[in-house]
Design a protein around this ligand. Structure first.
Ligand SMILES: *Cc1c(COP(=O)(O)O)cnc(C)c1O
Length: 380
């Protein structure tokens, strides 16, 4: 079976983990600091000569045990509660809606473009009310949404903007990384993402005081730092608590893996780009299949390759019988009873009925990609 997602963890990661084992410091420590520093530096687009933005500082970042938990933490930190509304595209990750509902707030879904599956400025605009507290967008498949306009709109209306950046590590608009446009950006390093640490995530906060508060909130709400960094003339077992925080931190095992993955990230993305191009070149003349388009002036992380066809379910079944695993991401949340939405979204519904994500990852061989292409060509 050809898998749709894969990851590349090898001897470099194993050796890095071994070093952490030998150090006896497994918890959040020096490796985590190093990972945050290297991650934040890597968000600056290489060879980019624009100075139109301030490069992000490591103080603005913190690690978190998953992207889902990161969004829960941010929603809680912003004190979003009953009576508040948060706008998100219906085509979003389920955990994002749960974070809103868990606070008693209302998830307000919006439509998306039927081909890109990203929301437009208008889709968001038409859902804004006096109760709108925040907007949460993702960059579908790694292709940035219209984040500049959306960010301007949110600033104008004093609405928080959160970017779910799980699809788009190292995606750029105008030389600036996605995830850095909003008030908060959240990345995922789970096993199906591009950069993998087993599980884990990263939060960026535009305001570094927010990052400091989230660092405390995600570690039991503790005010004072650990015994190690306390001065010895203090009673190091005393502490203060500033919020009813859970424990959502990451450890140095994950960070050590992340540091190695960062070195490989460019390679992952360029291989993904190559495969993306092979699909486009081979399938562009077929009139029954709609291919994804990456606009000029943006850089994609090439996280997913989504096509649209008339008989999507039959097409998926056909590919599955030929040992090619595909899927559709993300099942529309306004169709999920639990969220109680009465919305009708023509574009989202079109997308949900026609879109299929083909295998796209750095471990696919040319032989496999050609097999997928030939199998697709034989359909119809
Ligand atoms: C994977 C994913 C998440 C959740 O990430 P976790 O780290 O697994 O919690 C959130 N949003 C999107 C778009 C995702 O693809």
């Amino acid at each position: 079976m050809i898998q749709i997602y894969s990851n590349s963890l090898g001897k470099e990661e194993l050796n890095a983990v071994k070093d952490v084992f030998n150090s006896k410091w497994l918890g959040k420590g020096p490796k985590t600091e190093e990972f945050i520093k290297k991650f934040s530096r890597k968000l600056i687009l290489e060879n980019h000569n624009s100075v139109a933005f301030i490069s992000p500082k490591e103080d603005n970042f913190l690690t978190i045990n998953s992207c889902t938990e990161g969004i829960f933490q941010i929603i809680e930190f912003l004190d979003i509660k009953k009576g508040d509304e948060v706008i998100l595209p219906s085509i979003s990750f389920v955990g994002v809606a749960n974070a809103i509902v868990s606070r008693g707030a209302t998830p307000v879904f919006c439509d998306v473009d039927q081909h890109t599956l990203n929301p437009s400025l208008e889709h968001i605009q038409e859902k804004i009310t006096n109760n709108t507290k925040a907007v949460i967008v993702l960059h579908y498949a790694g292709v940035p949404c219209d984040i500049k306009s959306i960010s301007n709109l949110c600033q104008e209306k004093s609405i928080y903007l959160i970017e779910d950046n799980a699809n788009s590590p190292f995606s750029y608009v105008g030389g600036k990384s996605t995830g850095l446009y909003g008030d908060f950006g959240v990345w995922s390093f789970d096993a199906m993402k591009i950069l993998v640490t087993g599980d884990g995530g990263m939060i960026y906060c535009k305001n570094k005081d927010h990052a400091e508060s989230l660092r405390k909130q995600s570690y039991l709400g503790l005010e004072s730092s650990s015994g190690l960094s306390n001065s010895i003339d203090k009673k190091w077992w005393e502490f203060e608590v500033s919020s009813a925080g859970r424990r959502s931190i990451t450890n140095d095992i994950q960070a050590a893996i992340g540091i190695e993955q960062l070195k490989k990230a460019n390679g992952f993305i360029s291989r993904r780009k190559e495969i993306h191009k092979m699909y486009i070149e081979a399938l562009k003349d077929l009139d029954w299949i709609k291919l994804p388009n990456i606009p000029k002036l943006v850089n994609s992380s090439y996280y997913m390759f989504h096509v649209q066809v008339k008989d999507r379910d039959k097409f998926a079944k056909y590919l599955r019988e030929k040992e090619i695993y595909t899927t559709f991401r993300y099942y529309p949340l306004h169709w999920v009873d639990f969220y109680g939405s009465k919305d009708k979204f023509p574009n989202t519904e079109y997308a949900a009925n026609h879109t299929l994500c083909l295998p796209l990852h750095q471990n696919l061989t040319n032989k496999e990609v050609n097999y997928i292409i030939e199998t697709i060509k034989k359909w119809n």
